[in-house]
Ligand binder design. Structure first.
Ligand SMILES: [Zn+2]
Length: 363
């Protein structure tokens, strides 16, 4: 079969590789739609972000290697005899980070806290290929009302569900979301469904602000046309918001906000309020801890997404309560277009993309 393999940073080739062989606890799938995550797109070009050192080491010691491809929808074509709950023909999506199933946390029903398991696309091959082998514990069945294209977004959506759950919103809480890329728009929609009061979003792109308003933000501020912190203060009686999601930070080379939105998030949250840090930065940040201490701020990071979160995404999208179609701006045909999808996803601002660019591998 054909699969994309990395020979180094910025060097991926469509190679003929052996067919994956099914084994206990696993299924074989044909990927339908697959998209690079923003992190994967940055790593593909050797840009420092989450897991950069680990990927660099794998490339130096194991290349060529099948990497990335944890955001996908796929159809099952073979099921190991010991797997229950899945059948040939089922359409599925998957969560990426898996429990190890052997440590003391996993053996005492706390596998959501385990960080020893593999990640699809990093330690395990992902879905930038004609077929793939996947552990059944990663999977969720897609409802018929969910398209192949929407199905490829569920992994990211499950991380957004986990992020909003981490915020532990109270009914009527005012919410600010910095960044209206795919995860920012998802967090906004899920916060709205979870009882948020006033919702204010911030982006620097008019098209992202327009989608944000369309999907339910009360105010979508373009930070190039106003001082977002001042406007947020005005809209919250001068106090700031109860909860702020920071989904905009990261390398400015990729059109992300750098570190600026971290300080804006701190300025935009009320004293005693919560900031949920969703972004990855690829380098250490300087933060004034005394300021957080003085204002009793809670700077939280999302829990890992579990099977429960992934199952919830199926309900949210199938019922139309979270809308994804509006965010899917680029869909490319054929496995050959994978490098183009990486290029667009690594520079979404330049290509006016909101969701990562998707590739249709199979219909
Ligand atoms: Zn474990």
């Amino acid at each position: 079969m054909r699969a994309w393999r990395f020979y180094g940073f910025n060097d991926l080739r469509l190679d003929d590789v052996p067919e994956p062989q099914c084994k206990p606890g696993h299924v074989i799938v044909e990927p339908l739609h697959v998209q690079p995550s923003v992190t994967e797109a940055q790593l593909a070009f050797g840009i420092r972000t989450l897991a950069y050192e680990k990927i660099k080491r794998r490339l130096e010691t194991e290349a060529p290697v099948q990497l990335f491809g944890h955001e996908f929808s796929a159809r099952i074509i073979e099921v190991a005899p010991d797997v229950v709950g899945f059948a040939v023909g089922d359409r599925i999506a998957a969560r990426a980070k898996l429990p190890c199933q052997t440590c003391s946390l996993c053996l005492t029903e706390r596998s959501h806290l385990c960080r020893k398991g593999p990640i699809i696309g990093f330690q395990l091959p992902g879905c930038f290929s004609e077929r793939a082998i996947l552990p059944a514990i990663a999977l969720v069945k897609l409802d018929d009302r969910i398209s192949d294209s929407e199905g490829a977004c569920l992994q990211s959506l499950s991380d957004s569900v986990a992020s909003v759950e981490t915020a532990d919103l109270k009914i009527g809480n005012s919410v600010v979301v910095f960044g209206q890329g795919s995860m920012g728009l998802e967090c906004m929609q899920i916060a709205r469904l979870s009882g948020a009061g006033q919702i204010i979003t911030v982006d620097v792109r008019d098209e992202a602000c327009a989608v944000s308003r369309q999907l339910g933000a009360d105010h979508a501020l373009n930070a190039t046309q106003c001082n977002p912190v001042e406007v947020i203060k005005d809209l919250t009686d001068g106090n700031g918001a109860d909860v702020v999601f920071e989904c905009a930070g990261g390398s400015p080379k990729q059109g992300l906000a750098g570190e600026r939105t971290v300080s804006q998030a701190i300025d935009a949250v009320r004293s005693g309020g919560k900031i949920v840090g969703v972004s990855w930065f690829g380098q250490p940040l300087e933060i004034d801890i005394d300021l957080l201490r003085e204002r009793s701020l809670r700077y939280l990071f999302p829990d890992i997404s579990t099977r429960g979160h992934l199952e919830h995404t199926v309900h949210l999208v199938a019922s139309g309560r979270v809308k994804l179609k509006e965010t899917i701006t680029h869909v490319l045909e054929g496995l050959e277009s994978v490098p183009r999808a990486f290029e667009i996803t690594a520079a979404k601002g330049k290509f006016q993309a909101i969701n990562p660019a998707q590739v249709v591998v199979q219909r």
